[in-house]
Write a protein that binds this ligand. Structure first.
Ligand code: C2O
Length: 546
């Protein structure tokens, strides 16, 4: 195994999209940022130097960080942010993971432009559970704002309303041919007749789940969130923010140019997004294609309608683990967490310009009615490790404080989230089941819930209110998919299981960034077990302090 050293210089860089240029924050001047390539068993040492005017941290999305929670990255959870002018070296080892993950900033909305692919190849000497593809291509789906995304969320936080939606979706940083003056930069992916490529599709968009398809080509799904799946073939996949999906594609069509396209599913905030499609071009390199076919318009795929829940659902229900999996069966912690938005009454000391949510309210979000608040003087992990009091409390509720019809039309007054930095304590090694129940207080939407430090099995999902009697018969304890981000269906629920074998403080949150900003998060505090191998490592000497 190898140690890979990288330098990430975070800095403002002028970038032009949609005919407009402005400074965005990049890593090493690249947008999207550099792709990291490692083998399972390797270590990474990434020295992050912050030359930007903002606080920054980097999160290695999906990396388990066994015993190295200090390298996980969410600001004020596992570290204080790297201040402008500061630096921090993230050191961690890949242990038993392979496939596609990614990295992104975990501070305010910086991840709008600070993100990149993290590709984990099998251990030296072992191979994929499918024939080795000729090419492998990371496909990063993202969002572009003509404004500075940090200003967008700051403004929304000030007004209490919804942030402005982005101006374009992007594939590898490019909006593509269907947007104004974007065709020059459109991402082109070469392919040769007959060959098979692996597309590593990553949804790095801030606030949008996306359908993804390639015109006239079948996609064979082989993995998701760096876990292998039983292969199946489909013409469209749905990827939520935070999720990755690996697909094989064979160039079995007449040589031509075909659009690779992504467009929204369940447009967040009810925005009229349906006509917004980002494209790249799959281009056959055969000699017969150069010349005339390069002049023809590429073929467009048929993408589902933005509200096509049945396509999204049947896709997620097709995922099955390839490898035999030890699904935890002796549940020690049986948790039920609601996830959803809410509206707070305008506080008396606020002016009307600070309460621009529906009917003079402010948007909020919560899990079990707790709206997560980040500390500001210490990270939760540091406070836990050093026994610093009054940074967090350990009373995050195991169940919602009020039971009601979560997906029905109920009074908003039932649900007035209470702000707090509350964590839920887990004993080392405990077997955990969480029912994630979507609520319909403000709007019903899919919530891609991401847990740091763990992969979990998604043993069931469904619509309506979770019913323990009826729904536990649907649990798949044989070959459920293992992921780090689960799309809790709109007006529905998902059940996940994992073993708490990684001590530390691990945030779980909705990966729609606007919802984290509103508090749709909580954290688990997993205690040390017995002995050094079950305990977190000491903090690195360069760990940023607040
Ligand atoms: Cu990919 Cu906490 O995030």
């Amino acid at each position: 195994s190898k140690v890979h050293n990288h330098n990430f210089v975070v800095e403002a860089t002028p970038v032009k999209r949609l005919c407009k240029s402005h400074n965005i924050i990049t890593v090493n001047g690249q947008y999207p940022g550099p792709t990291l390539e490692v083998n399972d068993g390797d270590s990474l040492e990434v020295n992050v130097v912050n030359k930007s005017p903002y606080n920054v941290t980097i999160h290695w999305h999906g990396i388990r960080q066994m015993r190295t929670p200090w390298a996980d990255g969410p600001e004020f959870v596992t570290q204080c942010p790297i201040r402008p002018g500061g630096s921090y070296t993230y050191r961690f080892t890949i242990q038993g993971q392979e496939g596609t993950l990614w990295w992104h900033a975990h501070s305010s909305w910086l991840r709008a432009s600070v993100y990149g692919a993290l590709v984990i190849y099998p251990k030296q000497g072992s191979s994929y559970p499918f024939p080795k593809p000729k090419r492998e291509v990371p496909i990063l789906l993202g969002e572009w704002w003509n404004a500075n995304p940090i200003d967008v969320i700051r403004e929304a936080t000030r007004t209490g309303g919804s942030p402005n939606v982005s101006d374009a979706y992007t594939i590898n940083g490019q909006p593509g041919d269907l947007y104004n003056c974007s065709s020059n930069g459109t991402t082109v992916i070469p392919i040769d007749s007959g060959e098979t490529s692996l597309l590593r599709v990553i949804n790095a968009a801030l606030n949008q789940e996306l359908f993804f398809s390639v015109a006239q080509h079948k996609l064979t799904v082989v993995g998701a969130d760096a876990s292998y799946l039983k292969p199946f073939s489909t013409s469209v996949i749905m990827v939520g923010p935070g999720q990755t999906t690996d697909v094989l594609i064979t160039a079995d069509q007449p040589p031509a140019r075909y659009y690779i396209a992504a467009k929204p599913y369940q447009s967040a905030q009810g925005a009229p997004f349906d006509n917004t499609t980002t494209t790249a071009i799959l281009e056959y390199g055969s000699p017969s294609c150069s010349g005339q076919c390069a002049l023809k318009k590429p073929v467009m795929p048929n993408l589902p309608a933005f509200n096509d829940t049945s396509t999204a659902t049947s896709f997620s229900q097709s995922l099955r683990s390839l490898r035999k999996v030890p699904v935890p069966i002796g549940i020690d912690e049986n948790l039920f967490f609601t996830v959803g938005l809410g509206l707070n009454k305008c506080p008396p000391n606020f002016s009307s310009s600070q309460c621009q949510g529906p009917n003079g309210t402010r948007f909020t979000a919560s899990m079990n009615n707790v709206s997560f608040v980040l500390p500001s003087n210490f990270s939760i992990l540091q406070a836990h490790h050093q026994g610093i009091p009054n940074v967090f409390t350990t009373d995050f509720p195991a169940n919602p404080p009020v039971k009601f019809d979560y997906t029905g039309n109920v009074s908003r007054s039932l649900w007035q989230p209470i702000p707090g930095t509350r964590v839920y304590k887990l004993r080392y090694g405990s077997e955990v089941q969480i029912v994630l129940q979507g609520t319909n207080i403000q709007t019903a939407e899919n919530h891609p819930i991401h847990l740091h430090g763990y992969d979990f099995y998604i043993i069931a999902e469904g619509f309506g209110n979770f019913d323990p009697k009826k729904d536990s018969s649907k649990f798949n304890l044989v070959d459920p998919p293992m992921r780090n981000t689960v799309g809790v269906p709109v007006n529905g629920w998902a059940v996940i299981r994992f073993v708490a074998d990684n001590p530390g403080v691990w945030i779980m949150h909705c990966h729609l960034d606007v919802h984290i900003s509103w508090g749709l998060a909580m954290a688990f505090l997993v205690e040390n077990g017995v002995g050094e191998l079950q305990s977190i490592e000491p903090p690195p000497s360069d760990l940023p302090l607040c």
